[in-house]
Design a protein around this ligand. Structure first.
Ligand SMILES: *[C@@H]1O[C@H](CO)[C@@H](O)[C@H](O)[C@H]1NC(C)=O
Length: 243
């Protein structure tokens, strides 16, 4: 039985090699010279280059190249079926990692998300397309982290210079100063507080650093229960979503 299996496995590459006339490629993707399907729109990864792919539009084959900063893996589409290079799974397929060098621009690559400053805490980022930067604000209370390419709680970004009190605009009270039987103590170790002049949000303190949290549309922070509640149930916020 063992001998039979060995023979069967050894024969497969020989048969495949004879069929196609070439040695089997290590890439799971094939070079295409015509479209496998006659109708509709399909894309196929290029076997060697991660910044290229084949596109079939109703049977018409074109070799497409992603814009600078973008690559293709068939998933995600920032522009023309290509995705940000850090979000693309290239496997063994290769690409030129050189950015488009325009020293005037904040866009390191022609397409991408970029942090405005190298070392400081930023509450916005640049989204570049064709080398043109658009400023995108993080949601209130968050700061941009270029390691995750997303906005995050500032207390998780202390190492890149974020001051959560400054980003959130709130200083967490000293826990030992909270009255012994106060409701807020029931939420320890994550005490929560109303945000002055902001019906729709609350602050939760994590290791004494504030995190700004949204109650969600139609909901307001109820200081009597320290929870988000239907705005109608919070008298001073009843008109918050109506104005
Ligand atoms: C394919 O052809 C149909 C019918 O002419 C058209 O509606 C459709 O947009 C075409 N699709 C592509 C990807 O070109």
């Amino acid at each position: 039985m063992r001998i039979f299996l060995f023979v069967a496995v050894a024969l497969i590459p020989l048969v495949a090699g004879r069929d196609t006339g070439v040695a089997r490629q290590s890439s799971p993707y094939q070079d295409l010279s015509s479209c496998p399907e006659d109708y509709g729109l399909q894309t196929y990864a290029h076997p060697k280059n991660c910044d290229q792919f084949y596109k079939c539009a109703n049977g018409t084959l074109t070799l497409e190249t992603c814009e600078n900063g973008l690559l293709f893996d068939g998933a995600g589409s920032v522009h023309n079926f290509c995705n940000y290079h850090w979000a693309t799974n290239c496997g063994d397929r290769l690409f030129d990692p050189d950015p488009a060098r325009n020293p005037e621009s904040v866009c390191e690559y022609s397409f991408g998300l970029f942090k405005p400053t190298a070392a400081d805490c930023d509450i916005f980022y640049y989204r570049c397309a064709y080398g043109e930067a658009e400023e995108v604000a993080c949601d209130k209370g968050l700061a941009y982290d270029d390691r995750s390419h997303s906005c995050n709680w500032p207390d998780l970004l202390l190492d890149i210079g974020c001051d959560p009190e400054k980003v959130v605009g709130f200083r967490c009270p000293d826990v030992s100063s909270l009255p012994p039987n106060s409701l807020v103590r029931q939420f320890l170790p994550f005490p929560r507080y109303a945000v002055p002049n902001d019906c729709g949000r609350l602050v939760t303190c994590v290791n004494d650093y504030p995190r700004l949290i949204s109650c969600g549309y139609g909901s307001a922070f109820n200081e009597d229960t320290l929870t988000c509640d239907d705005a109608e149930n919070v008298p001073q916020c009843a008109n918050y979503y109506k104005e």
